[in-house]
Design a protein around this ligand. Structure first.
Ligand SMILES: [Zn+2]
Ligand SMILES: [Zn+2]
Length: 129
């Protein structure tokens, strides 16, 4: 794993609510001169490996919950399920395979590959309710 990937992972480790690409860039530029392209490449790389996920709603990157416990250099892929608060943006990756079997059975008419689905549930957290 490249140094930049490690830097990006570490910045996300200390940010449970996730960071946008821009926030990660800002954070890392405080310690060393780093080009935006480098960060974007790292983010793409880590996303492909399944070590981080991006939420659509807030455009934030999150360390994969599953990667907290396993060897970080070990690539793994899975269907991520996120729940996001519509008001404050609180985000959590749910550890569940409940949706996997069901969604993978759905037949698409337009050549969609449902095996690669990601799910994002938007709702309201207890604090905002
Ligand atoms: Zn995950
Ligand atoms: Zn909330």
């Amino acid at each position: 794993m490249s140094d930049n990937n490690t830097l990006v992972l570490n910045s996300l480790k200390s940010s449970p609510n996730g960071l946008t690409a821009y926030q990660i860039l800002n954070l890392l530029q405080k310690t060393k001169p780093i080009k935006p392209m480098t960060i974007y490449r790292s983010l793409e790389n880590l996303t492909k490996k399944g070590l981080i996920h991006k939420t659509n709603k807030n455009k934030t990157f999150h360390l994969c919950e599953a990667s907290h416990n396993c060897n970080i250099s070990e690539a793994h892929e899975h269907n991520s399920v996120f729940v996001v608060c519509d008001k404050c943006g609180l985000t959590e990756e749910l550890k569940t395979n409940l949706f996997s079997t069901t969604i993978k059975k759905i037949k698409s008419k337009k050549k969609f590959d449902l095996k690669k689905f990601k799910l994002e549930i938007t709702t309201i957290c207890k604090d905002c309710d």
